[in-house]
Write a protein that binds this ligand. Structure first.
Ligand SMILES: [Zn+2]
Length: 297
């Protein structure tokens, strides 16, 4: 648990059973195990049954499907017993009810949120990792789906996660700075965010990103919590920061490219549902960071 409480896609309740992945032939055994259940993934959609994942029996599926071992369940839930092996498979079942993970994350159970986040993340990595980034040869899946090995140059490739910082900036009057992105509909505002660059610390990324996007310098970056955001492979690291004392709150300048408008909001302004301001969706860490600020003090 973090300062932000329980974030939708950070919740997890299964045993990743990482040591089992390297056993020879392990995935073949799991594939044919009559107990094994499969999370079905199509792009960034998952198969659902009501508000739960539709965990289908794996032994009845084609054995040509791309498959990753996720681990075992740790409690009885929705007809699936404790200790059941679960895999992620890339599928396109016509009779499945498909839902976008980023829209349903907040309503899934702890178990299903963790299974779904890992499934979409690791299968998304496979989709983009068929060839060795060092020599270009086709790579071979190993470690029950958690590694790809190059048969030509022997390089081992593991699922990538790209860290990104997302920042709550406040000023001396305790107002919150938000930006409106050029890719969004009119009236939508959120926190400033961006990828950590090669060789950069998280704290330096916080200060750089806010300066690039909003034109002002901030200080005292403080870590709030993290959430995987597998669309396709980010890890969002939430921070708070304060406007530097020598900066004037009126000096904000949107970068004009990614960010078209930058605005300071009071709590009353953000809480006013008639303001026309649209805020981030429930699944996002941005939503949790803004909510925490709204209800504080
Ligand atoms: Zn290679």
């Amino acid at each position: 648990m973090t300062a932000l409480g329980s974030l939708p896609l950070s919740r997890t309740a299964f045993d990743r059973d990482g040591n089992a992945r390297t056993q020879p032939g392990f995935l073949d055994g799991i594939r044919t195990d009559a107990r094994t259940r499969a999370v079905l993934v199509r792009g960034r959609d998952v198969a659902v049954d009501g508000e739960n994942l539709d965990l289908r029996l794996c032994s009845q599926r084609e054995n040509t499907e791309q498959m990753v071992y996720l681990g075992t369940t740790v409690a009885d839930e929705n007809g699936v017993a404790t200790g059941t092996p679960v895999v992620a498979v890339r599928a396109d079942d016509a009779d499945a009810n498909w839902a976008p993970l980023r829209q349903i994350a907040a309503t899934l159970s702890e178990r299903d949120a963790g299974l779904a986040a890992s499934s979409v993340a690791v299968l998304g990595w496979h989709e983009a990792s068929g060839f060795c980034s060092r020599c270009g040869a086709a790579t071979i899946v190993d470690h029950a789906g958690w590694m790809r090995r190059c048969p030509s140059c022997e390089t081992e490739h593991f699922p990538r996660t790209d860290p990104a910082v997302i920042v709550r900036v406040t000023d001396a009057e305790d107002r919150l700075l938000l930006g409106s992105n050029s890719a969004w509909e009119a009236g939508r505002y959120s926190l400033f965010a961006g990828f950590v660059e090669a060789g950069e610390s998280l704290e330096a990324a916080v200060i750089r990103e806010v300066h690039e996007e909003a034109g002002v310098r901030v200080t005292q970056p403080r870590y709030l919590g993290s959430q995987p955001w597998p669309f396709p492979r980010s890890l969002m690291l939430g921070y708070s920061a304060q406007l530097e004392s020598d900066q004037d709150a009126r000096d904000t300048v949107p970068d004009g490219d990614e960010i078209l408008d930058v605005r300071w909001f009071t709590r009353a302004e953000l809480a006013d549902e008639t303001s026309g301001v649209l805020l981030p969706g429930r699944s996002s860490i941005a939503h949790a960071i803004i909510e925490q600020w709204l209800v504080r003090e």
